[in-house]
Design a protein around this ligand. Structure first.
Ligand code: HEM
Length: 367
């Protein structure tokens, strides 16, 4: 069984064993402290980036005698399913937030080494690894040891965004990242990756720790207009968004009732956006305003700090005769710009800091 499927099967069996009624939660199973909404979630320290202005370049691989690099990635992404494309966008985000954008999320478990990021709790449901491996295999034939896995991931996230938005999101990716060789599951949940039960202060703080401001955070959260979530990510024994709740961030009752029926176990997957589940669009912001979002971290974007932005991204552009849009919603360009900004976080830019892996799942063997 492919490693991705094996990881999902393990997750499904573990989560399946802990339905909402069970005293054990997914957090306890993995040895994590359960979230306590009354206690502040530990925020990662806001440290200066290792490379504050990394010299990444658009067209980098043209200069490196591999002008076909981006086309090869594009072709691999074209073959991906809509779900894998959603997975590729999330993969890039999870890569950048842990050890910087250095392909560390792609590394496999190696005997006698600590578990890699891939085995961290939030990463067990990642998908799209096969698309990266496929692109890398072709690239190694055509331009051996030239194109980093970190760059392949950044290109693939861009191509997936373009495809899922039907061309509305289209940006250029500065490249020249090197691959890292540190990858620790212990750096994921509870450290660097924001939790779905996070408050506005928590998620803002966790993005700030990666050089991203609150606007970037609101813009990038729009990626939750595609893909899926396991029920256990928003309804578990410690934090259950399906229960009746009078707070201002409560889930829309109709959606909560519908999901209560669908979510028979924590491992059942549901779409994040019921309106346009396969299109990366500004529907997400309408869903935030109508409380039709799955996570607390989505719902809190309606807070006073970010509401103006959410309101503006939720608005459809004016149209001629109610059919032809005039102008376009600003979110689509903002999303591309925020992805480029995120993609520069803590990158490795030379052989002293990283390497060009030959296979994305493993660091190169030392001679
Ligand atoms: C505010 C912080 C965020 C939190 C707490 C969060 C949390 C989550 C969770 C819990 C899931 C569902 C996982 C599962 O149960 O399978 C998910 C899915 C997803 N997230 Fe986020 N996320 C955040 C920000 C982002 C950002 C910045 C991006 C990309 C730019 C992103 C892209 C996605 C995508 C595309 C999916 C669906 C993946 C798939 O279908 O395979 N998320 N997120």
């Amino acid at each position: 069984m492919a490693p991705k499927l094996a990881a999902l099967a393990v997750l499904a069996s573990l989560l399946g064993a802990v339905s909402c009624e069970s005293p054990l939660s997914i957090y306890a199973i993995y040895g994590y402290d359960p979230p306590n909404p009354n206690q502040p979630y530990p925020l990662p320290p806001v440290l200066p980036p290792k490379n504050p202005n990394p010299e990444l370049k658009v067209g980098y691989y043209v200069q490196k005698n591999c002008p076909q690099a981006e086309d090869i990635v594009k072709r691999a992404v074209k073959e991906a399913t809509a779900g894998e494309k959603a997975g590729l966008i999330r993969l890039h985000f999870h890569d950048c937030f842990v050890e910087g954008c250095d392909g560390s999320v792609l590394l496999e478990k190696v005997a006698n080494m600590p578990d890699p990021e891939k085995l961290g709790l939030p990463n067990l449901s990642l998908r799209g690894f096969n698309i990266i491996d496929q692109a890398k295999a072709t690239l190694e034939k055509e331009c051996p040891e030239t194109v980093s896995c970190a760059d392949i991931l950044a290109f693939a996230a861009r191509d997936a965004s373009k495809s899922l938005s039907y061309g509305a999101i289209d940006y250029q990716v500065p490249a020249g990242r090197f691959d890292g060789n540190v990858s620790l599951a212990s750096e994921t949940f509870g450290k660097n990756l924001p939790p779905p039960f996070g408050s506005i202060e928590q998620i803002t703080g966790m993005f700030a720790a990666k050089g991203l401001n609150q606007t970037d955070m609101v813009v990038l959260s729009g990626a939750h207009s595609i893909g899926r979530s396991a029920c256990g990510s928003f309804a578990n024994s410690f934090s259950n968004r399906l229960l009746p709740d009078n707070s201002s961030t409560a889930m829309n009752r109709t959606l909560a009732d519908q999901l209560s029926k669908t979510c028979t176990t924590d491992s059942v997957n549901v779409p994040q956006d019921y309106q346009t589940p396969y299109t990366l669009d500004h529907q997400y912001y309408k869903n935030v305003l109508s409380h039709n979002v799955l996570f607390n971290s989505d719902a809190v974007l309606e807070s006073s700090q970010t509401k103006v932005l959410v309101d503006s991204y939720a608005r459809d552009p004016p149209s001629f005769l109610g059919i032809f849009p005039i102008g376009r919603n600003a979110w689509y360009d903002a999303f591309g710009q925020a992805m480029v900004k995120m993609g520069k976080w803590d990158v490795k830019i030379n052989l002293d800091q990283g390497e060009i892996r030959k296979v994305c799942g493993y660091v190169n063997k030392k001679p």
